[in-house]
Design a protein around this ligand. Structure first.
Ligand SMILES: O=C(O)c1cccc(C(=O)CC[C@H]2O[C@@H](n3cnc4c(=O)[nH]cnc43)[C@H](O)[C@@H]2O)c1
Length: 229
């Protein structure tokens, strides 16, 4: 399993279980066993470009990697989960990729060019990546406190509640982050099952974050999934 996170604070509980293994794609990575799982842990840096570059480098090199998991903290949209709640993604979306015309926003289907090569019998992929149902069942079984939801991955972080509300409504999303859908897109290109578990660090639109509370919630879910609780 390849586990990716953006920032060191998001992997502090997991790192003590693993060994530093140098750099991969110029990103620090660790390797070892987390209970039942053989794991590579990769720090990608902030945002979608960093995440996509790091995961591409990892999947080009780690040929025996079967599954990709993204973890970290996230902002929760109003009426979404509370601070410290861990959530597993049903689907993740490239939430602000599309067309703006006269202040009106449309998703990538307006451009009609899919993000992934078309495969027979599959619908074209524009903004939305479905997470792996089998992986999600495993998480929900081992972590009864987990909830599920849609993750909106943005380049423009919501800086006020009204802006957050627009993104939440557009995608029926519960959480906002800056990397998940980019990791999902690269995992899909490499045909690797993918999911994401994130913990709530703030109300989306409120820039006061408790990184530790959010990051620890997600990591505890990962440790439980691996049988280490
Ligand atoms: O200073 C700010 O305005 C600010 C706003 C949002 C997040 C940050 C961070 O330093 C953490 C970024 C990190 O955590 C994820 N994250 C956490 N909360 C949110 C959010 O409300 N909107 C988008 N991303 C969020 C994100 O994936 C980053 O990796 C600072």
């Amino acid at each position: 399993m390849l586990i990716t996170a953006a920032m060191p604070a998001e992997v502090e509980l997991i790192i003590p279980h693993l060994k530093k293994a140098g750099n991969l794609g110029r990103r620090p990575f660790w390797h070892g066993r987390l209970g039942k799982e053989k794991v590579w842990l990769l720090l990608t840096g902030l945002g979608m470009v960093n995440a996509a570059q790091a995961v591409t480098a990892a999947l080009e090199n780690l040929v025996s990697c079967r599954v990709v998991l993204n973890i970290g903290c996230a902002g929760a949209y109003e009426s979404g989960p509370g601070l410290g709640q861990a959530v597993v993604a049903e689907r993740v979306v490239l939430a602000d990729m599309g067309v703006v015309e006269k202040h009106s926003w449309r998703d990538l289907s307006a451009i009609k060019i899919p993000l992934l090569p078309l495969t027979e019998g599959q619908k074209p992929v524009f903004n939305v990546f479905e997470c792996d149902p089998g992986l999600n069942r495993g998480f929900l079984k081992s972590c009864p406190d987990l909830t599920t939801g849609v993750f909106a991955t943005v380049n423009q972080v919501s800086g006020d509640i009204e802006s957050a509300r627009v993104v939440a409504r557009r995608w029926q999303a519960q959480l906002e982050d800056m990397e998940t859908a980019a990791v999902a897109q690269v995992a899909a290109l490499y045909q690797k099952p993918f999911t994401s578990v994130r913990g709530v660090s703030n109300l989306a639109g409120d820039r006061h974050l408790d990184l530790k509370i959010g990051a620890e919630a997600a990591q505890r879910a990962v440790l439980a999934y691996c049988g280490l609780n």
